[in-house]
Design a protein around this ligand. Structure first.
Ligand code: SAH
Length: 219
């Protein structure tokens, strides 16, 4: 088998064994995950390792989320294809690529310029055009393009940052991992008549959402 066929087979196994078997039902989400080449977003010794059932380290001490978590969060957003989505925590850009296939447009914020630049390059190489990558502090959101129909935070927060809540459209959905006692819980919060309707989805473990920008590196 050549490399492309091996990676295609690895993607199929990932979808079957990690996503369908654990209850991911949304056909568009499964198709997106079958299509996006995860190995382009993470450097591993063997590209097939990119499809292993875990989060993996990327630059700047951050991680690319576990495939199942990406699928679960994406499914929780209930995308129809018409939405404007704000993602906080671009990281590798993998989740961004999945969102871009399922929504009208995606704005993605990342506080590490190095990660944002690299993600932008990979997304451009893959022909992903409906994304805007912004270097900035995601706890402030990105008011320039608000309101957003959906907001996805891919880093663990102590609570929902107020600016994100304000930038969420009426009827919109916010998915965010929130600290709780001894871990984090992934929450889906729907804005109904200006009020938050909260649902707990699962326990999880994300790198922390850090307010502010990283210090400027030494010359
Ligand atoms: N969706 C990404 C997950 C990356 S990990 C992927 O699967 O690759 C979470 C990312 O959130 C990290 O890259 C981290 O730098 C970023 N992050 C943490 N706090 C942030 C903040 N306040 N603003 C923007 N990005 C932030």
């Amino acid at each position: 088998m050549d490399q492309d066929a091996r990676l295609q087979a690895a993607r199929q196994r990932m979808v079957q064994d990690q996503l369908i078997r654990r209850g991911i039902r949304s056909q568009p989400v499964l198709e997106a995950m079958l299509h996006v080449p995860r190995e382009r977003f993470v450097q591993t010794l063997d590209p097939e390792e990119a499809y292993s059932d875990q989060a993996l380290p990327i630059e700047c001490g951050q991680t690319i989320s576990q495939p199942y978590m990406v699928a679960l969060m994406t499914e929780a957003l209930s995308l129809s294809g018409k939405e404007r989505v704000l993602e906080v925590g671009t990281g590798s850009g993998y989740q961004t690529a999945i969102l871009a296939r399922l929504a009208a447009e995606v704005v993605s914020l990342e506080r590490h310029a190095e990660l944002s630049v690299r993600a932008k390059q990979v997304l451009a190489e893959l022909g992903c055009r409906n994304v805007e990558l912004v270097v900035g502090d995601g706890t402030l959101g990105w008011p320039a393009r608000a309101p957003y129909d959906r907001i996805l935070v891919t880093a663990g927060a102590a609570c929902v940052p107020q600016p994100l809540w304000e930038q969420l459209a009426e009827g919109g959905i916010l998915v965010i991992p929130v600290d709780c006692g001894d871990g984090q819980i992934l929450e889906r919060i729907t804005k109904r008549s200006g009020r938050a309707v909260r649902e707990a989805l699962t326990g999880c473990r994300f790198v922390p959402l850090v307010a502010g920008m990283p210090p400027v590196p030494d010359a």
